[in-house]
Ligand binder design. Structure first.
Ligand code: AMP
Ligand code: MN
Ligand code: MN
Ligand code: MN
Length: 281
């Protein structure tokens, strides 16, 4: 398959922090011209069965995915697994372990928001926005702060709250990179470093991430994604080539009201990279 294929291999449903259910997402992807689509909920594969059925109904090729939260050098990194078996016990156990820390983290975030910013009721409020309580995330807190008119957009929330140094941010230990790659591998999937430009690494730390990821069997880098500008797409295309990694393309779509890029509405992969979807042929 050519690099020009309209593949969208990164998106979220109500099973994590998206606002559309898996079937609605499948239909939206198809309507937007997507030819190969992956649902990649955070730390959760519970939406994949419904997504696969809905994709088949509209004749859309589907890839079962997941986005695993990982801690690397005291930062959170997201690793997308593509082509995973959603019934694999190693993967399911690993994801369950990652999810299990979220509730206590959310309670601590709410306590911090109250203490440092006078925001009341954030735990219950975020829970109301979380379709899947086990997956309570910063996005659900952001929606609560918008609902309470403390901020006018979720984007504004992440500039004022919930990020390192701001009220409501709580350090958290997610999976190790080695474990996440082992779970994806056990489930027959291919691991992708998601949105690499979003991590606040020094160039040395970033290099170490790519080197470790490649050495542990990682397959690809998300080169084209909503949070990358043209220069970042070029940069990560070059890094992918340098490390012998494939390139992926995914909108990271969460919501029609919040996401800056709709499903399938992304630039093509830059010329010269090896598309990750060749692995699915
Ligand atoms: P969590 O897994 O609870 O740490 O939540 C992470 C989620 O918060 C990401 O998957 C995004 O959906 C959202 N998020 C993080 N940073 C931002 C940001 N700067 N702007 C908008 N959404 C963000
Ligand atoms: Mn998210
Ligand atoms: Mn992510
Ligand atoms: Mn994502």
């Amino acid at each position: 398959m050519a690099t020009a294929l309209n593949a969208d291999l990164h998106s979220h449903s109500t099973r994590s922090d998206g606002t559309l259910d898996p079937a609605t997402l499948a239909r939206r992807a198809h309507a937007n011209g997507v030819q190969l689509w992956a649902l990649t909920d955070h730390d959760e594969v519970g939406g994949l069965a419904a997504a696969a059925v809905a994709a088949a109904e509209c004749g859309l090729r589907f890839v079962a995915g997941v986005e695993i939260s990982v801690s690397v050098a005291a930062q959170t990194v997201h690793i997308v697994g593509l082509g995973v078996d959603p019934d694999n016990v190693t993967l399911l156990d690993g994801l369950q372990q990652v999810r299990s820390g979220r509730e206590l983290r959310a309670r601590r975030m709410a306590a911090e928001l109250e203490r440092e910013a006078g925001v009341a009721g954030a735990y219950a409020g975020a829970c109301r926005h979380a379709g899947n309580p086990a997956l309570i995330s910063r996005t659900h807190f952001a929606r609560y702060l918008v609902e309470q008119r403390i901020c006018s957009s979720t984007h504004e929330v992440f500039t004022r709250f919930l990020t390192p140094g701001k009220p409501g941010y709580v350090d958290h230990a997610w999976a190790t990179l080695r474990d996440a790659l082992a779970w994806i591998d056990a489930a027959g999937g291919h691991a992708v470093i998601a949105h690499p430009a979003r991590y606040p690494f020094t160039s040395t730390e970033e290099w170490a991430l790519f080197e470790g990821f490649k050495a542990m069997g990682g397959a690809a880098v998300e080169v084209v994604t909503a949070s990358h500008g043209a220069a970042e797409m070029r940069k990560y295309a070059a890094i992918a080539t340098e490390f012998g990694l494939r390139a992926s393309r995914g909108s990271d779509f969460h919501s029609p009201n919040e996401s800056r890029c709709d499903l399938g509405r992304l630039p093509p992969l830059p010329a010269g990279v090896a598309p990750v979807w060749e692995l699915f042929d």
